[in-house]
Design a protein around this ligand. Structure first.
Ligand code: HEM
Ligand code: HEM
Length: 202
């Protein structure tokens, strides 16, 4: 822990919560689809993994819409010490790319199921199709979804690496802004009234 915790202006708790919940959802969304092969095609377990991939993916879409509304009213807190302008521009570009990914991937998934004429499940509900059935289109969209999904690993990896770089090498508060404040244990002093604690006063 570096010594400037008190000066750290953090993201508000809701934005932090949504950020880390999105990470957890993405881990599940990726794991469900990457490991669906552990159950043979056509089995109920294989289908359940796909359905959960789709439902949690759609949850990412809804959560991101809410997050963007929140972001529009609550600006990001400043970083201390302030990074150079080119880094701020790079971070902004990366965040835009991540938001585009968080909206684009689930939308592509929704379009795939629409084009394939399949139901679009959402926790007992069904989303309406966005396209009329078109098998060839479904296939093309699936290729794009897979390509952007692989790109996502790179984007998220770079983003997390940048956060760690700021924390450990630039030693600024970029990462701490996204983490809850550490609880500092309160010490009960038994000192006599008027006595000064070490470091207090002159
Ligand atoms: C953040 C959201 C999402 C991510 C990161 C994601 C990621 C992926 C990835 C990486 C694959 C390719 C797996 C492979 O073939 O190697 C895939 C496949 C697929 N995804 Fe998504 N996806 C997301 C949301 C959705 C949603 C919302 C839907 C549908 C409503 C969906 C439907 C599909 C379908 C139908 C496949 C093809 C599965 C198969 O080949 O059987 N995805 N997804
Ligand atoms: C893997 C671990 C992750 C770490 C360590 C991490 C860390 C951080 C940090 C420190 C910030 C603040 C950056 C700044 O203000 O410049 C941030 C913001 C952000 N993160 Fe992450 N993140 C992670 C995963 C993710 C994932 C999986 C996504 C979504 C794909 C994501 C999307 C974003 C976005 C969009 C922002 C910008 C927030 C804003 O609008 O100000 N992060 N992240």
């Amino acid at each position: 822990m570096h010594g400037t915790d008190i000066t750290t202006a953090r993201y508000n708790r809701l934005s932090m919560g949504v950020h880390w919940l999105t990470l957890a959802l993405l881990v599940a969304v990726y794991a469900l689809i990457e490991f669906r092969g552990i159950f043979p095609r056509g089995t109920a377990a294989h289908d359940a993994m796909k359905t959960w991939h789709e439902m949690l993916g759609l949850s990412v879409l809804l959560l991101t819409c809410g997050r963007l509304l929140l972001r529009a009213v609550l600006p990001a807190p400043r970083i201390t010490p302030a990074p150079p302008a080119w880094q701020r521009l790079l971070a902004k570009t990366m965040h835009l790319a991540l938001y585009a990914f968080l909206l684009g991937m689930p939308l592509l998934g929704w379009l795939i199921l629409s084009a394939k004429g399949k139901p679009i499940p959402f926790f007992g509900l069904q989303f309406p199709p966005l396209l009329s059935p078109d098998k060839a289109m479904g296939h093309r969209l699936e290729e794009i979804h897979e390509f952007v999904g692989n790109l996502g690993y790179g984007l998220i990896g770079l983003h997390a690496a940048a956060a760690l770089f700021h924390h450990y090498f630039m030693r600024d508060d970029t990462l701490r802004r996204m983490l809850p404040r550490r609880r500092v244990p309160v010490r009960v002093s038994r000192a006599a009234p008027g006595a000064t604690m070490p470091g207090e006063g002159q």
